[in-house]
Design a protein around this ligand. Structure first.
Ligand code: ZN
Length: 411
């Protein structure tokens, strides 16, 4: 995607003094004359910033402003090792709330709404982001935080919550509880604003139906403000990204090369307006693609697709990058396939062979046609040739994790 004039101006202004402001980038860009850069091509030669780099800056090494200008910190979950601490200035906090208010408006939420906030508050960015955007919008915040389903449902009924926010898994839990108690008609829910995670369309629709809401996918990550840097619109055909705060690129996660618009790869973000800790070419490890063209909603903000996975899930075979979500989608689209499958990748006689085992409830006689249709479908959707093998329902081992459906036996 080409940088627009506003992005260019801001990105190169940032580069012009980043080394004098940020010890982190002074070290990272040692020997690179970023001060004099002025073209997108030059920008694209800059090394990526990765989460591992940020850990080394612990605790406050990412700060690009004097300490007196830092008004808040957030920290991304350190499931492994040292956490990452992100400093925010007053303007960063404001900018984030402005973006979040925009998200609510995109979802049609108004000051008449009552927003129940179930993400956590504290070091993690989510809850406070939902809260700040809600207050800026002028809606009523019901700051629940996570858990305590009993109380959540009670507040939802008594305070007539109209917008529920949270993770998809928590929305699922609430929807099951609501169904179990048969209280859907006593609720006033209209919309759900749900963190963008990969979950099948069928699952998603079933949660939305039992809550009686329309879902909007919100995107973000702690390192870049937090949730709220983009959201889907009424057309649900991707996520509009606030490109007046961030610039984004899609790269091949293996080679680092920039991919043409429309191709799926890793999302890389530059937060060019951020003062406290501006990140330049930050690797999100989220897989998505830029959706070319205009959205029918009329918004001028560019779109990325729903996040389809993490770069760790990605496998390269015969020069094609593949990931489980593509198989999920293709297989659930074929009548006769139940949706359970397993992909085996082997290296035999000098070449890579992909075998796709999928379950079917069709009888032996009609399986050959089904296998042929499956191979054709995968070829057209993903661009690789697989050997399809239909098996009985229950034949394949069950696994909670979708990623465990891929077995790479080549190495
Ligand atoms: Zn739209």
């Amino acid at each position: 995607m080409r940088m627009n004039g506003y992005q260019k101006e801001n990105i190169f202004r940032l580069l012009s003094d980043i080394k004098s402001r940020s010890p982190f980038y002074a070290r990272k860009y040692e020997g690179i004359e970023v001060e004099s850069m002025s073209t997108q091509e030059e920008f694209e030669t800059l090394p990526f910033t990765d989460k591992g780099d940020l850990r080394e800056a612990y605790p406050l090494g990412l700060a690009a402003v004097p300490e007196r200008d830092i008004v808040r910190i957030h920290s991304s979950s350190g499931t492994t090792g040292t956490p990452v601490v992100i400093p925010y200035t007053r303007r960063d906090v404001e900018d984030w709330a402005v973006m979040f208010e925009r998200c609510y408006r995109m979802a049609g939420v108004t000051e008449n709404d009552r927003i129940q906030i179930t993400p956590g508050y504290g070091l993690w960015t989510a809850g406070i982001g939902f809260q700040a955007g809600c207050e800026r919008l002028g809606a009523m915040a019901i700051p629940m935080g996570p858990g305590n389903t009993e109380k959540q449902l009670r507040m939802m009924q008594d305070l007539k919550t109209t917008v529920i926010t949270g993770t998809s898994s928590y929305a699922l839990l609430l929807s099951e509880e609501i169904r179990k108690r048969g209280i859907r008609d006593e609720l006033c829910l209209k919309k759900g604003i749900i963190g963008s995670e990969r979950w099948g369309e069928k699952m998603r629709q079933s949660i939305a139906d039992s809550l009686g809401v329309d879902f909007y996918d919100i995107y973000g990550l702690t390192e870049i403000y937090g949730p709220g840097i983009g959201i889907s619109c009424d057309y649900r055909n991707g996520i509009h990204m606030w490109d007046d705060y961030i610039y984004f690129e899609i790269i091949d996660p293996n080679t680092g090369k920039i991919l043409p618009d429309g191709e799926t790869g890793e999302l890389v973000i530059t937060a060019f307006r951020k003062e406290g800790a501006p990140l330049i070419r930050y690797r999100t490890h989220d897989l998505t693609r830029i959706i070319p063209g205009e959205c029918p909603c009329g918004s001028r903000f560019p779109r990325i697709d729903i996040i389809v996975g993490r770069t760790d899930d990605m496998v390269k075979v015969k020069g094609v990058n593949m990931f489980p979500a593509q198989f999920d989608e293709a297989i659930s689209a074929l009548d006769g396939a139940t949706g359970e499958y397993q992909v085996m990748i082997d290296h035999l006689e000098g070449r890579d062979i992909i075998t796709l085992y999928f379950e079917t409830d069709l009888c032996e006689g009609s399986r050959q046609d089904l296998e042929r249709d499956m191979t054709a479908l995968i070829k057209s959707r993903i661009g690789v040739t697989v050997v399809s093998k239909a098996v009985d329902v229950g034949y394949l081992p069950r696994s909670e994790k979708k990623a465990h459906r891929f077995f790479d036996n080549r190495y």
